[in-house]
Design a protein around this ligand. Structure first.
Ligand code: ACM
Ligand code: ZN
Length: 588
């Protein structure tokens, strides 16, 4: 079947013919001509039959953490259309601020759309309150219904469907600040989850969705569903009553009940829900589309069960992760996702059968905006990685070629910069942490490492060999080379025989937005017999545990010892939930 978005483009000596079943197809033929014309003043004669691999090719906009103007969104639609991205996912509500006018609940925009701090870490480390619109210093904003209509009219011209997201039942701190009666304990602050026990919560969400659905023509409403804590639900009398009445075994099933009800309401208005993959917890609503973000397993299992799925695994599609060496990049939430990495992703992994594959309807790039207060910073993170999302969404896997794509991308970036976009400087990409590219040699490679406290099972790296395998970590603590500890690091390295030792050290990483900290201090002692140890020295932290950003620091000592055993202790800071990450104990 010919896709509505397909086109045939015939460029001859004296004329160009475009054939398409729909205006969208013809529009995409024009975008291809624009791209070709950008590369060269003379367009070559050619014949192109083109159709997309996936119908859903999305880009996500977190306008809750930082409000963006409608003009910003329209500007991004221009860039999206150029690369045939066709879905704009608007994350309109979250704990950081409510961003859409709802006539029946005016406090959402009089109050819950404004906060007293612009900078994320300032607000996060404060009481996380909101403030009245018009208060001096109030930071935020929202789209009026008129704004939304303008955005939608523009989107229509660019053949883009705008999908509104209204978060529930978690990430709803701002809703509760405006309407505290919707939380379990009725308190204005300190709650992020709505109460699924109370009938008022359903009444509120239905009224909000009614207004939202009347405004957006999209076939979908995204209802969030991610990261609800569910903690208060365990003790809330309303939640407990609901669970008893509905025979729900646990809070996961309570969430599932909530999502099922919301789905029925949305379906009764002729629309479908999308939710983050947590909506599968406790049982997935029958017609829901899953946005698989925590990896691909959830998405694959939903697709196998016959649900439509949009793939957006964070390891490939989270554009808020740094795209180059963190020391030269703006502050980010951590992670390392290069253009190459995004491009390498295939939404239909090998081993997925045809039936399940038919339910994988597309891909989306997500940009969470905590650390991106300025519009130009958001653009910098989108481009060029959004192009890799677009091409992965459009082109068949066998037609993808990174070298060719990168070449075209350099041209597209120039085009965007000429139009006033801020983009990443792909020409001067630094790349991966150099130390991690090749194995290193040192005295302890292959040595036995004895753990008096084991590494955490969430970040084992390669296990008990990891700290002496000659492999240094990359920019990302999740790369399988960094070993994670929720305790002190307390290990003894056995060199096998007494050897002269002149250096002992290990590198740690800090990214406090991800709860990863440098150790307070590292104590090093040595022994010839494994019984009596002599202290070589202590390396103290000379780096604040408060600065935002991603940093690496080696805690090392130059020494002149003769020993077989090295006792290495890294002291974790006394901060709840603090991680230590190290990749290798280097001994020379
Ligand atoms: C998400 O990143 N919490 C969907
Ligand atoms: Zn409750």
């Amino acid at each position: 079947m010919m896709s509505d978005e397909a086109y045939v483009l015939k460029i001859g000596q004296s004329r160009i013919d475009i054939n398409a079943m729909t205006a969208t197809g013809a529009f995409y033929a024009l975008q291809s001509i624009v791209q070709m014309a950008e590369k060269s003043r003379n367009i070559k004669c050619c014949m192109i039959y083109d159709c997309p691999r996936f119908g859903y090719r999305g880009l996500h906009f977190d306008v809750s953490r930082h409000f963006r103007t409608k003009e910003f969104l329209m500007k991004q639609m221009d860039a999206m259309a150029l690369v045939k991205l066709n879905r704009m996912h608007l994350h309109l509500t979250d704990g950081a601020g409510w961003r859409i006018e709802i006539e029946s609940y005016p406090r959402l925009t009089e109050f819950a759309a404004w906060r007293p701090y612009r900078k994320w870490s300032d607000w996060w480390s404060s009481e996380r309150n909101y403030c009245e619109s018009g208060t001096v210093g109030a930071y935020g904003g929202y789209y009026t219904k008129k704004d939304i209509k303008e955005i939608l009219e523009y989107a229509d011209r660019k053949h883009i469907e705008v999908i509104p997201e209204i978060e529930m039942p978690g990430h709803s701190d701002e809703v509760i600040a405006a309407y505290p009666e919707l939380s379990c304990d009725g308190r204005q602050y300190g709650n992020c989850d709505l109460c699924p026990g109370k009938e008022e919560t359903y009444e509120f969400m239905e009224n909000v969705l009614e207004e939202v659905m009347a405004l957006f023509p999209s076939e979908y409403v995204h209802i969030g569903g991610d990261e609800a804590s569910k903690e208060r639900w365990k003790t809330c009398p309303d939640c407990k009553r609901r669970m008893q009445e509905e025979c729900l075994a646990d809070v996961d099933e309570l969430q599932s009940y909530f999502i099922h009800r919301i789905e029925r309401f949305v379906n009764s208005h002729g629309k479908k829900i999308i939710g983050w993959d947590e909506i599968m917890q406790g049982g997935l609503a029958p017609n829901a589309t899953v946005m698989s973000w925590q990896g691909t397993e959830a998405g694959i299992s939903a697709a196998k069960a016959g649900h439509d799925v949009i793939m957006t695994p964070n390891a490939y599609c989270y554009l808020n992760y740094t795209q180059d060496a963190p020391f030269k990049e703006p502050e980010s939430i951590g992670g390392y996702v290069t253009l190459d990495k995004v491009y390498s992703y295939d939404p239909v992994e090998s081993g997925i059968d045809k039936d399940a594959a038919s339910h994988i309807i597309g891909i989306q790039g997500n940009l969470w905006a905590e650390y991106l207060p300025d519009d130009c910073m958001a653009e910098y993170m989108y481009y060029p990685r959004a192009f890799a999302i677009a091409e992965t969404g459009w082109s068949k896997e066998e037609n993808k070629d990174f070298g060719n794509f990168k070449n075209r991308t350099l041209g597209l970036l120039q085009l965007l910069r000429g139009k006033g976009y801020k983009t990443f400087d792909l020409e001067n990409e630094y790349g991966e942490r150099k130390e991690s590219l090749n194995p290193i040699k040192h005295l302890a490679v292959g040595a036995a490492v004895d753990y008096s406290i084991r590494y955490d099972s969430k970040y084992p790296a390669t296990g008990k060999e990891a700290l002496a395998d000659g492999l240094l970590g990359s920019w990302s603590y999740g790369d399988g080379r960094w070993q994670g500890f929720l305790t002190d690091v307390d290990v003894t390295v056995d060199l096998g025989e007494v050897k002269p030792v002149h250096y002992i050290g290990a590198t740690f990483m800090q990214i406090i937005s991800a709860w990863v900290y440098m150790p307070e201090e590292v104590r090093i002692s040595v022994s010839t017999d494994g019984g009596t140890f002599s202290h070589v020295g202590t390396v103290f932290r000379d780096f604040p545990a408060t600065v935002d950003g991603l940093y690496f620091k080696t805690y090392g000592l130059v020494c002149d010892e003769s020993c077989r055993y090295i006792y290495f202790q890294a002291v974790r800071p006394q901060i709840d939930g603090a991680w230590l990450f190290t990749d290798e104990i280097v001994i020379n």
